[in-house]
Design a protein around this ligand. Structure first.
Ligand SMILES: Cc1cc2nc3c(=O)[nH]c(=O)nc-3n(C[C@H](O)[C@H](O)[C@H](O)COP(=O)(O)OP(=O)(O)OC[C@H]3O[C@@H](n4cnc5c(N)ncnc54)[C@H](O)[C@@H]3O)c2cc1C
Length: 386
């Protein structure tokens, strides 16, 4: 892995850094407090081409790759995780399944609008009775031969970007039959927003990511054309595992950004805040805490960039993606806790970015595969799984 970014990636990094600082930072606190989706910021991210970063230009993308996406996510999450997860879910979960597994027609229909950010896509895997155990899908889809339509029934929960005014589709996993051994055949099907019988609940009240959109979805005899099948019938589970492997790199980059943002805020505050007649940063106890935070953020960055470089080079990356996700989410929580401590009582006040980072950090150990699931994946790659 080359430890230096190419000139193009460094320019992207600087551009997103400036955007996060100049546009996101001054506004996001109010959206967060009001639990409101920041349409104007997301529109601007779309204009910058961020939603099209890893997609080919012929579909409206920027012709970049997962490294470019990770760079953008890290810089956004240094300032705010709600906008970063909106981008991550829009790209890795909303558009990437169509890019990797869609037919030419599906790509032409959906990708240009998803790449421009004028439309968001969502990914519906998790169900009330099946998150880590994603194969326990209960949602069903039956092909009605007379009408040539899938008829979908079931419930999905915790689905990001699924109920905004600009959400255009959700790709859902559903059981479409049984294998000879009785195990379910799981397929992925595209459900456009507004399809009759497809109900989107009110947003959840969450601990963090309060300016991002997360909802429960229900499907009651929802009919979509047979052509809305994404990829092969019965391959939906394998496809989604591939999507999650890649998505872990994106979440790791986002977690690294949060960990680095905690360092940024702590360095600034440690110089400004005085106690006992001198800046609190003059105390070695504070310096050491921040030095450890910087060490963790730096190591997390190496881990996600290593995984992304392997993905881009077409090399195996499953273990490295799981390592990066596990490590970066752990250090994001550690850094958020330490940054809050350094800020004292102000760290508990929502107007301070570290309070938001503290609230936003915990989900990183849960979403797109819990830390336990990452350990299971790493152990399996080491040949230890039973
Ligand atoms: C804000 C938010 C946004 C999300 N966005 C999406 C989205 O866009 N799309 C989507 O499909 N899902 C989404 N999710 C769901 C998320 O991916 C799941 O919550 C997560 O995978 C965990 O699943 P679960 O909640 O069912 O927990 P469970 O699977 O019930 O796990 C509960 C606990 O048991 C542990 N556990 C489970 N099995 C084992 C085992 N074998 N060994 C050891 N420990 C185990 C888990 O690690 C966890 O600690 C989102 C969740 C949240 C909170």
């Amino acid at each position: 892995m080359d430890h230096k970014l190419s000139p193009e990636l460094e320019e992207l990094r600087r551009t997103v850094e400036a955007f996060a600082h100049d546009v996101v930072a001054p506004k996001i606190g109010d959206f967060y407090e009001r639990h409101e989706f920041p349409y104007e910021i997301v529109r601007e991210m779309g204009r910058m081409g961020l939603f099209g970063l890893p997609f080919p230009e012929e579909y409206g993308g920027m012709g970049g790759d997962y490294l470019a996406l990770g760079i953008a996510l890290e810089e956004l999450a240094r300032v705010d995780s709600s906008v970063a997860i909106t981008l991550e879910a829009g790209v890795s979960l909303g558009a990437m399944p169509l890019h990797l597994f869609g037919t030419e027609e599906q790509k032409r229909t959906w990708l240009p609008r998803l790449c421009s950010g004028e439309m968001l896509g969502a990914f519906g895997l998790t169900e009330p009775d099946g998150g880590s155990d994603a194969g326990a899908t209960r949602t069903t889809a039956r092909l009605d031969e007379t009408t040539g339509e899938w008829v979908i029934n079931g419930t999905k929960c915790f689905i990001t970007n699924s109920g905004t005014d600009i959400t255009g589709l959700v790709t859902v996993t559903a059981v479409t039959g049984r294998k000879p051994d009785g195990k379910p055949r799981i397929s992925a099907i595209i459900v456009p927003s507004g399809t009759p019988g497809f109900t989107v609940a009110a947003p959840y009240s969450k601990v963090g990511w309060n300016a991002s959109d997360t909802r429960e979805l229900s499907f009651d005899d929802v009919r979509v054309p047979a052509e809305n099948l994404l990829g092969e019938e019965g391959r939906g589970y394998a496809q989604f595992l591939r999507i999650l492997d890649e998505g872990r790199i994106a979440i790791a980059a986002l977690a690294t950004g949060l960990a680095q943002g905690c360092v940024d805020e702590s360095v600034r505050y440690a110089k400004e805040r005085h106690a006992f007649g001198r800046p609190i940063g003059a105390n070695q106890a504070i310096q050491f805490k921040i030095a450890d935070m910087e060490m963790r953020a730096h190591t997390a960055r190496l881990a996600w960039r290593d995984a992304a470089s392997r993905l881009v080079a077409g090399e195996p990356f499953k273990k490295e993606a799981a390592l990066a996700k596990l490590y970066s989410s752990t250090v994001a929580v550690d850094n958020a806790r330490d940054a809050t401590q350094i800020h004292g009582g102000y760290g508990f006040m929502n107007e301070y970015p570290v309070a938001r980072m503290w609230r936003d950090s915990k989900i990183l150990e849960i979403g797109e595969g819990t830390s336990e699931v990452q350990r299971m994946l790493i152990a399996r790659e080491l040949g230890l799984a039973g």
